[in-house]
Design a binder for this molecule. Structure first.
Ligand SMILES: Cc1cc2nc3c(=O)[nH]c(=O)nc-3n(C[C@H](O)[C@H](O)[C@H](O)COP(=O)(O)OP(=O)(O)OC[C@H]3O[C@@H](n4cnc5c(N)ncnc54)[C@H](O)[C@@H]3O)c2cc1C
Length: 446
């Protein structure tokens, strides 16, 4: 019987199992995971931290679903891959053999290199265990310092505010998430945080965490300023968990290098999700794409290919819906940044490097109060968009971008100052939707 071995029970690992079962109902599938919680929604952790959902709400699957898929689940850590023997050694001294192996080990939060990092009260937001740890301690503590410039740092800020702690938020630069958001968007987020009582410290870096009897007691900034606190939350980036692949001699760069079929440099070993570095045809190079949707799609494609199909994975247009300071925000396609965000080391959680590529495009924007729509207009199609607040046009714009719909008829109007982008795009989409049968005439063939 054919043996499939999956390392990791995250979005990529579980999707691979779903795909394998569509092709091979009887093959032996074993999944090894070193997290006690198994499969759960990592994006949901932020909502669990604020108290908006319970822990039960994080699980998309029940144990019985895995039983139905006939998966043998093992709680252990994969320690070593022996490609020549087609075996994987576990930390419980067992060895598993495989015909096809998937490495779906995800990524981990980048640890900060500052004195005091080992103190009780230094936290991160990476796993369910981390949130349980935070919740256990948050109610006994009063003040927290959060460090980091991306989505996860903001989730920590909002989580601790929701739990009633005084939050100091350190930004290395002079505004929030400057490699994805423009100045206005950053300021919208910052203003809302300030209204919630968050104290933002710009151009501020953590130099040292001070302890008292093994616990966090405060921090020193690089400017020598001391701030008392009893928790320090760090979210400065993530690193793919690729060590096991490197040790096995597989080709790696920032992640595990894979071809379009998700094969690593050993054709019987596949990689998918946050740990994999996939080729992005739109930017012409391999990138890390640390998002839930791509992890699921890559895992699924890897699963199909492991089961003998030959289906290429094409990285789609980046699309993420997230919440920034209470504002639903969709980020679609390429947005680019006009400057490097020094806070972001490598790639941040829930991030796609596709957003950072700055295409040759004009920016058109609409904003009123906290609803904001910004689109990047290419020669004859939209290349990216950011919607903050009002999401009415999100689906339409997503389709216009991914289908590369020719926007020549509205381009002039779009870039003309003073015109409402919402109205121009809304009317355009209504026309297209009405003429549904003719949509291919409006689509640029690539
Ligand atoms: C707080 C937070 C918020 C997020 N928000 C968003 C969002 O809004 N939108 C979005 O698109 N994405 C978001 N993400 C990112 C998204 O969750 C990830 O891209 C996705 O979970 C990656 O899936 P994966 O299967 O590659 O890895 P993971 O989900 O990390 O799963 C990997 C699993 O493998 C296990 N493992 C690792 N090494 C071994 C080993 N040697 N042996 C056995 N098991 C091992 C790990 O413990 C883990 O359980 C967020 C992530 C976090 C942490």
């Amino acid at each position: 019987m054919y043996k499939y071995l999956i390392i990791g029970a995250g979005a990529a690992g579980v999707s691979a199992i779903e795909a394998i079962r569509t092709q091979d109902p009887t093959g032996e599938i074993t999944q090894v995971c070193d997290e006690a919680a198994g499969y759960y929604s990592r994006p949901g952790l932020a909502y669990y931290l604020t108290g908006e959902i319970s822990e039960d709400g994080l699980s998309p699957y029940k144990n019985s679903d895995f039983t139905c898929m006939k998966v043998h689940q093992i709680k252990a850590q994969a320690k070593r891959i022996l490609p020549c023997q087609h075996q994987v050694e576990l930390n419980d001294n067992n060895t598993l053999s495989y015909n096809r192996l998937l490495i779906a080990t995800g990524a981990r939060a980048t640890p900060a290199k500052v004195p005091g990092i080992e103190l009780d009260g230094v936290v991160k937001l990476d796993s369910l265990e981390d949130v349980r740890h935070i919740l256990k301690h948050a109610h006994r503590r009063r003040t927290v310092v959060i460090v980091g410039g991306g989505i996860t740092a903001l989730e920590l800020v909002e989580g601790f505010r929701a739990r009633g702690l005084l939050v100091h938020y350190f930004l290395r630069g002079d505004r929030y998430w400057s490699n994805v958001l423009d100045e206005t968007e950053s300021h919208i987020v910052e203003r809302r945080l300030k209204e919630e009582g968050v104290q933002i410290h710009y151009q501020t870096e953590l130099a040292e965490i001070i302890g008292s009897r093994g616990r966090v007691a405060g921090v020193f900034t690089t400017e020598g300023k001391k701030i008392k606190c009893d928790i320090v939350g760090i979210a400065i980036g993530i690193q793919p968990k690729k060590a096991i692949a490197e040790a096995a001699g597989l080709k790696t760069e920032r992640g595990i290098s894979v071809n379009e079929y998700l094969n690593t440099s050993d054709l019987d070993i596949f990689a998918a999700g946050d740990v994999a570095e996939v080729f992005d045809p739109t930017v012409g190079k391999s990138i890390l794409d640390s998002l839930w949707g791509p992890a699921r799609r890559q895992g699924y494609m890897a699963g199909l290919n492991m089961a003998g199909e030959k289906v290429p994975y094409y990285k789609g247009i980046p699309f993420n819906v997230t919440r920034l300071a209470g504002l639903t925000t969709s980020i679609i396609g390429a947005l680019g940044g006009r400057e490097e965000d020094a806070d972001v080391v490598g790639i941040v959680r829930g991030d796609s490097e596709g957003w950072r590529q700055m295409p040759d495009a004009l920016v058109a924007q609409n904003d009123f109060d906290v609803n904001r729509l910004r689109v990047l207009v290419g020669e004859n199609h939209l290349v990216g968009a950011l919607l903050m607040g009002d999401q009415t046009l999100s689906r339409a714009i997503h389709r216009i971008i991914i289908d590369k719909i020719d926007i020549t008829p509205i381009r002039e109007k779009l870039v003309h100052p003073g015109n409402s982008i919402n109205d121009v795009i809304g009317d355009f989409w209504t026309e297209i939707a009405t003429a549904q049968g003719n949509i291919e005439y409006a689509t640029i063939k690539s």
